[in-house]
Design a protein around this ligand. Structure first.
Ligand SMILES: [Zn+2]
Ligand SMILES: [Zn+2]
Length: 455
C-alpha cells in the first residue's frame, strides 16, 4: 500500500469510530443553543393555558412552529362523536424523509380548571368558562406545557439532524387529554388513514416522583384504564318525620357505599389491581325532607377489561340487591350507568419498544439517570393510540421534573411534594426541558436510524 492509501484508510477508520459519540455531541450542542428559546417558550405557554376543548391559541402556536420548520401541517384534526358541536384542535405535522419507519411523537395541548397558587413570576392568571359555563381559573397543572415545549424542541432538532435518520416523522398534538376525549376524537377523524399509519407512537409525561434530569420507564401495563360510573339510587321521597311511608335513598346510598367496598376486597383477585372510588354524592335539599333520589359519581380503575366488566356488573348487582332488600318498588329501581364518554383503556407500553428506548436513554443521560418505575392507577388516553389489542407499539416514558434536593428532602421527611393536578405544581424548567428534548430526540433518532448507521 502506498502511504496515501494507508492514510486514507486510517482517516476513514477513525471517522467511522466515534459516530455514536459525535451524534450525541451534535445533539448536546444543539440543545445548548436552543435552551434559552425553549425556556421562554415554556414560560409563555405556562402563562397562557387553555382548557380541554378550547385549545385555540396553543394549537395555533404549535401548527405555526411546525409549519415554520417545514412540516406538512393539518389543523383541527378530530371529531367529538358525542359532542359534534365541539371543535377539535388536534394538529398533525408530517415530515417525509425517505424510506423508513413512521414514528409519531405525541404531546397534549390542554390545561386544567385550577387556580394557580405557585407564585412563580410566570404563573397563570387566566380565567375562563368551562364546558358548563362556570368561570374557573386555568393552569397547566399537569405539565402539558413542558410536553409541548419538549415536542417543539424535538421537532426542531430532528429537522436539523435530518441527515441522521430516515422515515416519516409525525408530530401529533392532541387536545382534551384531561377530558379523556382528544385521542379518541383524532382517531375517529381518520388519524391513521388520512396520515401515515405509525410503526411506533411515543410520548413523555412529567412526574413529581423523579428528579429533573432523569427519566423513568415502565414496560407493559403502566397506567390503569378508567371508567366513570353514574349511580342514581331512587327512593320514595316524603317528610323527614315519617320514614315509614317513604323509601329513603340516603340510607340506601350509605348501604351501597359500604357494600361496594367488598367488590375489590372480596370479589377480585389480589393479583388484578383495581380501585373503586365514590368521588361525589349528591342528594336532598333540607333537614326534614327525604329526597326522591341520590346521585353518586364513581371512578373505576383497572388494567384488565374483564376486571372492569366484573366491577361494573357488581355495582349494578349490589345497587339492585340493596334496593330490593330495602323494599324499593321495582318502578324506582336504581340506575347504574358506565359512561361511554369518560372511558379510557389502560396504557400498555410495548415491552420491546420500552426496553429499547431505556437503552437509548441510558446512553444519552447516563445509566443512573434512567430508572424503571412501577405502574400507577392513574389514567390517560395515550393508550388509545395503540388501538385495540395493542396493535401498534406505543411507549410513554416519565420525565423527572422536580428539584433533586427537594425530592431528597421530601423522601427524608415523608412530606410529599406538590404533584400533578395540584395548584402548586411547579416543574423546574431546567434541566427538565433539556432532558425531555434529549430523551425524545434520541428516541426518534434510534427508531429511525439509517440502515447500517453506527449504534
Ligand atoms: Zn393530567
Ligand atoms: Zn397529563
Amino acid at each position: 500500500m502506498t502511504h496515501r492509501v494507508v492514510l486514507l484508510f486510517l482517516i476513514l477508520f477513525f471517522l467511522s469510530l466515534p459516530a455514536a459519540r459525535s451524534q450525541q455531541a451534535d445533539l448536546d450542542s444543539l440543545i445548548d443553543r436552543e435552551m434559552p428559546r425553549l425556556v421562554s417558550t415554556y414560560k409563555a405557554l405556562h402563562a397562557a393555558p387553555e382548557l380541554s376543548h378550547h385549545e385555540v391559541k396553543t394549537s395555533a402556536l404549535v401548527a405555526q412552529e411546525l409549519r415554520g420548520l417545514g412540516f406538512d401541517v393539518t389543523e383541527r384534526v378530530g371529531k367529538y362523536v358525542t359532542h359534534p358541536e365541539w371543535v377539535s384542535y388536534g394538529v398533525v405535522g408530517v415530515y417525509k424523509n425517505g424510506a423508513g419507519p413512521t414514528v409519531y411523537v405525541r404531546t397534549e395541548l390542554d390545561a386544567l380548571p385550577i387556580e394557580e397558587k405557585t407564585g412563580l413570576p410566570y404563573a397563570s392568571t387566566v380565567r375562563a368558562k368551562d364546558d358548563s359555563g362556570r368561570e374557573v381559573g386555568v393552569m397547566h397543572a399537569c405539565g402539558h406545557d413542558i410536553h409541548i415545549t419538549s415536542f417543539l424542541g424535538t421537532a426542531k432538532l430532528l429537522l436539523e439532524l435530518k441527515n441522521q435518520w430516515q422515515g416519516t416523522l409525525v408530530m401529533l398534538a392532541q387536545p382534551a387529554e384531561e377530558a379523556i376525549s382528544g385521542a379518541e376524537a383524532m382517531l375517529e377523524d381518520g388519524l391513521y388513514t388520512r396520515f401515515p399509519r405509525p410503526d411506533y407512537v411515543i410520548a413523555l409525561h412529567d412526574t413529581p416522583y423523579i428528579a429533573a434530569g432523569m427519566v423513568g420507564y415502565t414496560p407493559g401495563y403502566a397506567m390503569a384504564g378508567s371508567t366513570s360510573v353514574d349511580v342514581i339510587l331512587r327512593g320514595v321521597g316524603g317528610h323527614g318525620s315519617a320514614p315509614q311511608v317513604a323509601k329513603d335513598p340516603v340510607v340506601e346510598a350509605a348501604e351501597f357505599i359500604l357494600a361496594i367496598q367488598t367488590i375489590v376486597s372480596r370479589e377480585n383477585s389480589p393479583f388484578d389491581p383495581a380501585v373503586v372510588t365514590v368521588g361525589s354524592i349528591h342528594g336532598g335539599t333540607r333537614y326534614n325532607i327525604i329526597p326522591d333520589e341520590v346521585h353518586l359519581q364513581l371512578t373505576v380503575r383497572t388494567y384488565k377489561e374483564e376486571v372492569r366488566q366484573h366491577i361494573i356488573a357488581a355495582l349494578e348487582r349490589m345497587a339492585q340487591g340493596i334496593a330490593a332488600a330495602d323494599g324499593v318498588p321495582a318502578s324506582r329501581a336504581p340506575i347504574v350507568e358506565a359512561s361511554e364518554d369518560e372511558y379510557t383503556p389502560a396504557t400498555y407500553n410495548d415491552p420491546q419498544l420500552t426496553l429499547r428506548l431505556a437503552e437509548v436513554f441510558k446512553k444519552a443521560l447516563g445509566p443512573p439517570n434512567v430508572v424503571e418505575t412501577p405502574p400507577v392507577m392513574s389514567s390517560e388516553d395515550f393508550g388509545v393510540f395503540g388501538l385495540d389489542n395493542h396493535q401498534i407499539p406505543i411507549c410513554q416514558f416519565s420525565l423527572g421534573a422536580v428539584d433533586a434536593a427537594k425530592l431528597a428532602e421530601s423522601q427524608r421527611t415523608g412530606v410529599p411534594l406538590p404533584g400533578l393536578h395540584s395548584s402548586l405544581w411547579a416543574p423546574v424548567p431546567e434541566p427538565t426541558l433539556r432532558t425531555g428534548v434529549k430523551a425524545m430526540s434520541g428516541a426518534v433518532l434510534d427508531l429511525m436510524k439509517k440502515p447500517g448507521a453506527h449504534d
